[in-house]
Design a protein around this ligand. Structure first.
Ligand code: ADP
Ligand code: MG
Length: 689
């Protein structure tokens, strides 16, 4: 390309990842300036955020040395003066500033000693526009100090891009969307959209261009994910659960302690359909805390048993494995099904028995922890795997379970960390996916309040009243060890503090934290479960799954230190019984606005999906658990937070097109097929016959 020699070429690669023409046109401007819209300096107020002004440079000077070195300048128009300041790139800016010259400036305004100031403004020589002239939107590109030093500033990049567009013909930017979709959504053609995203003739054209390109990004991503899913179904044969038999029917008709919710029925049906098809099910089940995932898992396992297959449930902690084991054993009484518990602390003799029983198929179900993954654990006929609280397990660990059968077993991954639908669609779009968005009937909503630490005495009094009614309480602390030098409550100090309010001769207090020996953990947990103690002081180990229906108060210390989804998980430990429950969020200082927002959201709603939605808005998609490395979120223009509607549109359109033409062989879909094939490595397409 003219204007790009080896040196500049290298820099473009290193600094901006631009290797090809495509990369250059994918380097979209972050803003356009409309030179006809110039404000006066006098109109700037403390409420002004970004502003474009023009004025004459009065003087500029470099002051300070080393770290404190900065370049300041003053610009004046008819209405006032504006201070400019640079802390970086000083020598570069110094060279281009000439006193007495008129500049056009854009930047963020701040007020300093009552005067407006702009740090690191974008600036260029001002050329007055004809009055009433047509708006001209000029693209502004991001660049780096190193590129600028080689003359590749925003302007040069703009020139290069402009030059590239004049070289390219419409056919070089190949349409990748089917014609009928373009018509249906009134989308600009691809080549026009690209050009207009960089060099729009007017604002409305720019908006249309961005709309089209965002749709394309989301749609292509959805199609890719769907194809990966379809391809996995083809590639991994699965065991076929042909029938629903006596185990299931007997249990369903005679032992099920309650009627299923509609959501539970729906998900069960989804699993039933999946496991009968002959491909391996890999289903993510999302259900808020308390939505009743366990019973869905158990009913699925009964279907497996009806078809002669064994099942296992893997839980992330010993406590949870215990609890599942006890709960399910109780339900399975008189069904003739054998269930066992296998964890790291299972005694040698019992372990030997269990391993033998799994091999000769006398044990139908096994519940356990990571201990299930060990090579020594072999099954005669493993057909169904349940992984509870998915985010605690890595992909490798799940894969290890698959390998325990010649034909990979069906896998049901259950998580109580609700993630917003938009995120699930993009981050988990390649999985089979179920949502349980309904709680069993009759639950009394948990009342959540936030209280400053200065109200600790009242809070403790309240807890005492609840305990006097026969209830139990949790106190949760964010830290485990005093050694961590953070100035908020840690567990041990918290324990002492709780004791000072709840004297030992009157109250029994148990403690639980991650560093405890597992048998002690177990003993303490059991004391709480059996109502042998009034209070459980714990760290977040308690977070996942623990079920003590008689516990009705949860006090979370230093609540401002917890993330939203964690708070929601913790709160889920109460509200599990027939009594009204309370969650009290104690806070010290609310350092950030965000911390306050988090606590407010917790007080406003109990709905995990709403909370997840807010969490996504507050933190952005990059930070949400389990999605960091997914790559599914690397959009250039689209955002799953701001473009929800467009994402839904793209998803629906994807379903529509693949339902009609799964191999994309119809004439009208060839654009799309060719495009996907040209994107080697980015799609599972190459593996599809
Ligand atoms: P989670 O989805 O958080 O794992 P659980 O499976 O532990 O939830 O269920 C929470 C509680 O709700 C359990 O005590 C369970 O027995 C009960 N439960 C589940 N489904 C129903 C239902 N359809 N009706 C009434 N209670 C139910
Ligand atoms: Mg659970």
């Amino acid at each position: 390309m003219k204007g790009v020699g080896p040196l500049r070429g290298d820099l473009l690669k290193k600094e901006l990842g631009i290797y090809t023409f495509q990369d250059l046109i994918d380097h979209f401007p972050f803003r356009h300036i409309d030179k006809t819209k110039v404000e006066t300096i006098g109109s700037i107020t403390p409420n002004t955020e970004y502003v474009q002004v023009a004025g004459r440079l009065q003087y500029s000077e470099v002051i300070g040395v080393k770290q404190a070195k900065r370049l300041t300048a003053t610009i004046r128009d008819k209405t006032g003066e504006l201070e400019l300041v640079w802390f970086k790139g000083i020598s570069y800016v110094e060279k281009i500033l000439v006193e007495g010259t008129d500049y056009l400036l854009f930047g963020k305004v701040s007020f300093f000693n009552g005067k407006p100031q702009m740090a690191h403004p974008e600036l260029e020589i001002f050329v007055p526009q004809k009055a009433g002239g047509k708006a001209f939107l000029e693209p502004i590109y991001s660049t780096t100090e190193k590129l600028k030093a080689r003359g590749l500033n925003a302007k040069t990049i703009s020139k290069l891009t402009h030059q590239l567009f004049s070289q390219l013909q419409a056919k070089d930017i190949v349409e990748n969307l089917p014609q009928d979709i373009l018509v249906k959504y009134n989308l600009l053609e691809r080549s026009i959209a690209y050009r207009a995203a960089h060099f729009p003739k007017y604002e409305a054209e720019f908006d249309k261009a961005i709309y089209r390109l965002k749709f394309e990004e989301l749609f292509i991503a959805q199609v890719r994910l769907a194809l990966v899913r379809i391809q996995r179904h083809k590639a991994f044969k699965g065991v076929v659960f042909e029938k629903v038999g006596d185990y299931f029917n007997n249990f369903y008709n005679n032992h099920l302690p309650f009627a299923l919710t509609n959501a539970q029925k729906r998900v069960l049906k989804e699993i039933r359909t999946d496991t009968a098809k002959g491909y391996q099910m890999n289903r993510l089940l999302q259900g808020d805390v308390g939505s009743g995932k366990t019973i869905v898992a158990l009913l699925s396992m009964l279907i497996a048993a009806d078809n002669g297959f064994q099942s296992c449930i893997m839980a992330p902690t010993e406590i949870l494995a215990q609890q599942h084991f006890q709960g399910i054993s109780a339900l399975l009484q008189n069904t003739g099904l054998e269930i066992r518990l296998l964890t790291g602390s299972t005694k040698v003799k019992e372990r030997r028995e269990i391993l033998a029983g799994l091999l000769d198929d006398t044990i139908h179900f096994v519940v356990g922890t990571h201990a299930l993954i060990e090579d020594a654990v072999q099954f005669k006929n493993l057909g169904f795997v349940v992984v509870d609280e998915q985010h605690r397990f890595g992909v490798a660990q799940r894969a290890a379970l698959w390998k325990k059968a010649t034909i990979p077993p069906h896998v049901l991954v259950m998580t109580a960390t609700p993630i917003p639908r938009t995120l699930a669609m993009t981050a988990y779009g390649d999985l089979d996916y179920s949502v349980m968005d309904e709680l069993p009937p009759g639950r009394i909503p948990i009342t959540t309040v936030m209280r400053n630490e200065s109200h600790r005495v009242q809070v403790m009094e309240f807890v005492k009243e609840e305990i006097a009614k026969g209830r139990q309480a949790y106190f949760i602390y964010p830290l485990i060890e005093e050694s961590e030098k953070v100035n908020y409550e840690d567990l041990m100090r918290g324990y002492e503090q709780v004791k000072s309010f709840f004297p030992e001769h009157q109250y029994n207090i148990a403690m639980l934290h991650g560093k405890m020996k597992s048998d002690l953990k177990e003993t303490n947990m059991q004391r709480f479960v059996k109502n042998d103690c009034h209070i459980m002081v714990a760290t977040t180990v308690i977070e996942v799954g623990v079920n003590v229906p008689n516990a009705s108060v949860m006090v979370i210390e230093s609540a401002e230190k917890f993330g939203l989804s964690q708070l929601h998980q913790l709160r889920g430990r109460v509200g599990r019984g027939s009594e009204k429950s309370y969650c009290i969020l104690l806070f010290g200082k609310l350092g950030s606005v965000e911390a306050k927002k988090r606590l407010n959201i917790m007080c406003e709603t109990n709905d995990g999906f709403k909370i997840a939605e807010k969490d996504l808005e507050l933190r952005g998609p990059g930070d949400i658990e389990g999605t960091r490395q997914s790559g599914a979120l690397d959009f250039k223009l689209a955002s799953i937070v701001n473009d929800k509607e467009l994402l839904n549109l793209a998803k629906n359109q994807t379903d529509e097109i693949l339902n009609e033409d799964i191999d994309l062989n119809l004439e009208k879909n060839l654009n799309l097929k060719n495009y996907l094939q040209s994107q080697k490595g980015k799609t599972g397409w190459s593996k599809i016959s």
